[in-house]
Ligand binder design. Structure first.
Ligand code: C5P
Length: 312
């Protein structure tokens, strides 16, 4: 018989990866971050994060891409759980299990996604009853991308990327992602962007969303969207990892409508017209031997949401 005092059952939250359809990087702010104008889209590559009441705080990482994710106090999902805990009177410690499927340090918000999932999961586990807006505010303390992974869909990010406004998008877009073996450090890519800009001596304007991109999204027009994909960090990512330029060229040669480095890279995202075109491109990229792995996914998809906990 279940006791009235038994621990609540574990909670699992599924959270998507993201791609930046555009990432406009503005000047460095007084706090050291860059002001951004970005359009995020959630894509159907997911991590599952399970939280369970435990004697002590802890984290474990499982799944195909577990290697490279810290399973210690620096883990962003564990930090998210602890952060929410400080806002909950007498929160019991939790153990966080991450089933990792989103590329690590790939520019697809893998770590940020897990943090977003942990916030949503712990809120449910502790029955804390936070409003989504409150969780989004806490998410911003953990990282610039974390609020978007709670929201999902397609959204505009401003500030340092954490201020959200939904963007109108019609239909489904089909993506092919070319992954690299080794991640790129986000701060290193921003620093390289600064270095290249200083060398070129160009003035950096305040970033703004591109009207053509917004109207392509509203129309659900993949071809028009492909023409507007853009990332101010792309040159820096290619400067640090020249092979990315070759992968981009290869994907476009093989029939992608458009291609762009995702976030701070090194993942390269290609937009294709149909799922079938995605299969063809994935086969061609795999055969080229230029990429460590290739994944297909559609977007937009939902942000962090509770799913049944798997027993295995
Ligand atoms: O916010 P988050 O922790 O994800 O950012 C990681 C790093 O990326 C920051 O420490 C900073 O170096 C860089 N960054 C930036 N401007 C932004 C977002 C991130 O310079 N708007």
């Amino acid at each position: 018989m279940t006791s009235a005092y038994a621990d609540p059952p574990p909670v699992t939250v599924r959270v998507p990866a993201k791609v930046n359809l555009e990432l406009n990087v503005g000047p460095v702010r007084a706090d050291g971050y860059h002001s951004l104008s970005t359009i995020y889209q959630a894509v159907a590559i997911y991590d599952d994060v399970t939280v369970a009441i435990a004697d002590d705080w802890g984290v474990a990482v499982t799944g195909p891409l577990a290697a490279g994710v810290p399973a210690d106090e620096t883990n962003l999902a564990l930090r998210a759980a602890r952060l929410l805990g400080t806002h909950v009177g007498s929160a019991e410690p939790v153990h966080v299990t991450i089933r990792k499927n989103i590329p690590v340090a790939g520019g697809m918000a893998g770590g940020s996604a897990d943090a977003a999932a942990a916030l949503v999961a712990c809120d449910a586990l502790w029955d804390a009853g936070f409003e989504r807006e409150e969780l989004i505010d806490l998410a911003a303390e953990l990282g610039s991308d974390v609020p978007f992974l709670i929201l999902g869909g397609t959204a505009m990010g401003s500030g340092r990327g954490e201020q959200m406004a939904s963007a109108l998008a019609r239909g489904t877009f089909h993506w092919v992602f070319a992954l690299s073996d080794e991640g790129l450090s986000t701060p290193a890519v921003y620093a390289e962007c600064d270095r290249l800009r200083a060398r070129a001596g160009v003035a950096v304007p305040e970033p703004r969303p591109t009207p053509e991109l917004m109207s392509a999204l509203r129309a659900g027009d993949a071809r028009a969207l492909a023409a507007t994909l853009r990332n101010d960090l792309q040159e820096a990512a290619i400067s640090l990892r020249p092979a990315l330029g070759e992968i981009l060229a290869a994907g476009l040669d093989e029939g992608a409508l458009g291609g762009v480095v995702s976030g701070s890279g090194p993942t390269v995202a290609f937009l294709v017209a149909t799922p079938e075109a995605g299969i063809d491109l994935a086969v061609a990229l795999t055969a080229s031997g230029m990429t460590a792995d290739v994944r297909r996914a559609s977007g937009p998809t939902h942000g962090a949401h509770i799913i049944p906990t798997r027993v295995d």
